[in-house]
Design a protein around this ligand. Sequence first.
Ligand SMILES: NC(=O)c1ccc[n+]([C@@H]2O[C@H](COP(=O)([O-])OP(=O)(O)OC[C@H]3O[C@@H](n4cnc5c(N)ncnc54)[C@H](O)[C@@H]3O)[C@@H](O)[C@H]2O)c1
Ligand SMILES: [Zn+2]
Ligand SMILES: [Zn+2]
Length: 384
Amino acid sequence: MLALNYRGPYRVRVSQKPDPMIEHPNDAIIQVLRACICGSDLHLYHGLVPDTRVGHTFGHEFVGTVVETGSSVQNLKVGDRVLVPFNIFCGTCYWCQRELYSNCHNTNPQATAVGGIYGYSHTTGGYDGGQAQFVRVPFADIGPTKIPDELLLEDAVLLTDAYPTGYQAAEMGDIKEGDTVVVFGAGPVGIFAAKSAWLLGAGRVIVVDHLDYRLEFVRKFAQCETVDFKSVDDMAIHIKKMTEWRGADVCIDCVGAEAEGSKLQRLTGVKLKLQAGAATVLHWAINSVRKGGNVSIVGVYGPTLNAVPMGNALNKGLTLRMNQASVKRHLPRLIEHITAGRIEPHKVITHRMPLEEAADAYHLFSSKLDNCIKPVLIPPGVNV
Ligand SMILES: NC(=O)c1ccc[n+]([C@@H]2O[C@H](COP(=O)([O-])OP(=O)(O)OC[C@H]3O[C@@H](n4cnc5c(N)ncnc54)[C@H](O)[C@@H]3O)[C@@H](O)[C@H]2O)c1
Ligand SMILES: [Zn+2]
Ligand SMILES: [Zn+2]
């Protein structure tokens, strides 16, 4: 089959790889119909995720058709169209029982924090991902959700990660009726967090980024105010000015380790790797939220350490919540939002490209060229 093949930082190519096979009775093989590239894939592409091995196939946002099932699979049959959450989870361990699917204890023997993730290096289990023609899906009775007939494929693929992650970001902010919510990052995750904040009762939503085209998009898509951080001297003071000097009720980090905006953070976090990514947005969020406020973090950081102003968080009495999203938990509610017409996730997709052009798609998305917000890859022969 054709599959994305990681060759080293900033180098991916699409080449032939053996077709995946059933390795366990509860596996299924999925023929991929659509696979998105995520902001998280950029951390891999930029060589920032430990143990990203040459030859690995990325891709944790995909939908497809079941083409083979293992002998114990009961909930899926050949021909079913499924969306596959980015988390690989067993459904039965201590954490899965508490719906913390992203922290499943059985799917990632390499680490005790995060569970398995498709196509996300050996740090998250070494599973090959969905930017390919076919992919092996373990725990096939547990992870995949059949795509309801009324759902567009492009809405379904955004339900595998970006939309549920944005939703969980807003949910972890514990937004109260009328709250002022600041979302850092106007990528797909931030865009969905902003939209979800309204649905959870926010009275005011402000999105911060420095890319004009994304700020323009989010203003329309999520009817929010925006701040271009290039034009701001001190973020905390700016947000306080906008909020009668109290600060925001809730700040949400949808940027993570590769944040721009501070030369010192870029140097220590990205270039010299003295911390697990630039902590710029963690500083901005902790310092811009009001005393007693909530900070929610879904932007991804590496597994070691970051220098964050913990004393400020303590003295202000903040609540900090964070996690990789537990996608499956949110699906019933989010499918309802889509079918009721409250949100059209597919509108964030700006680029539809053949799988064979994945290297161009990565370059475009990474460098934020051609007003790219979200690229989706289409494997050969499946343009339905
Ligand atoms: N926790 C999870 O489950 C989960 C799931 C998906 C993605 N993520 C993470 O969420 C983050 C966003 O993903 P995405 O797909 O939207 O990525 P993206 O790269 O498309 O968007 C990131 C945006 O942040 C902006 N930005 C950079 N520095 C900033 C700053 N200092 N302040 C405000 N904005 C800034 C960039 O201009 C860009 O628009 C990534 O770190 C990704 O790894 C986490
Ligand atoms: Zn992702
Ligand atoms: Zn589990």
